[in-house]
Design a protein around this ligand. Structure first.
Ligand code: ADE
Length: 231
């Protein structure tokens, strides 16, 4: 069974609609929709926003649903000029940009006393997602790169530049790296699939409102195609 997490209800609404034989269970205030999508076993859930919600949700998918893969879908702010609104970013890897133990001599982004702080997306899922993008959304740019997550909506060009320069981030959002860490701790392959809703700069709030729906449409289309291919 594959677990699919979106942070916001808009991000999972169409996925829930595509489900058959649905059974709903509530845990930790989150509704888990278990059923089939295009004949594949899946559980779709809205985690809520931010890293803690993402991590808790990932752990429940591991413990309770024994998922064999986790996909985190949704929208993100672009950190690079060539990544446009509407484009898709697949996580080559991901980290938490607001993990900061520099006071103890750790590089920013590094989690103290942990074996790793950068979590790699599953290679087979990346390849499958790339193939699906080329087939179902051929007009859209697809980028495989680093997703940087933090408990922060980035709408400031200095912060954006810092994220791009310090971490080599392709896009920024608020859950992916936490879900990835939960997946890694539980030995579950994962992939973050994000469509760009804004440029994470001073125009982010306005663009976000205008392009959120379109970006979500792209990521949903891709997730549905991917499910058909891999689940
Ligand atoms: N999700 C979509 N756009 C974002 C941004 N600019 N910062 C953080 N999360 C986002």
């Amino acid at each position: 069974m594959i677990g699919i997490i979106g942070a916001m209800s808009q991000e999972v609404a169409n996925l829930k609609e595509a489900m058959d034989n649905v059974k709903v269970e509530e845990t930790a205030g989150m509704e888990f929709f278990q059923g089939t999508i295009k004949g594949r076993e899946a559980v779709v859930v809205r985690s809520g926003i931010g890293k803690v919600n993402g991590a808790v949700c990932g752990q429940i998918l591991a413990d309770h649903y024994h998922v064999d893969a986790i996909i985190n879908t949704g929208i993100a702010g672009s950190l690079r000029n060539e990544i446009n609104i509407g484009d898709i970013v697949l996580s080559r890897d991901t980290l938490q940009h607001d993990m900061d133990a520099t006071g103890f001599g750790y590089p920013v982004g590094q989690i103290p006393q942990m074996e790793k702080s950068v979590f790699e997306g599953d290679q087979a899922l990346i390849e499958a997602a790339k193939e699906c993008c080329a087939r179902v959304v051929p007009e859209i740019g697809v980028h495989v790169g680093r997703v940087v997550s933090g408990d922060q909506f980035v709408s400031d060009k200095a912060k954006k530049a810092w994220l791009a320069e310090t971490f080599g981030g392709y896009c920024t959002e608020m859950e992916g790296a936490a879900i990835a860490q939960a997946a890694w701790l539980n030995h579950i392959p994962f992939l973050i699939i994000r469509a760009i809703s804004d440029k994470a700069d001073d125009s982010a709030e306005m663009d976000y409102e205008e392009f959120e729906a379109k970006a979500i449409e792209h990521s949903v289309k891709l997730v549905l195609a991917l499910l058909e291919k891999v689940a």
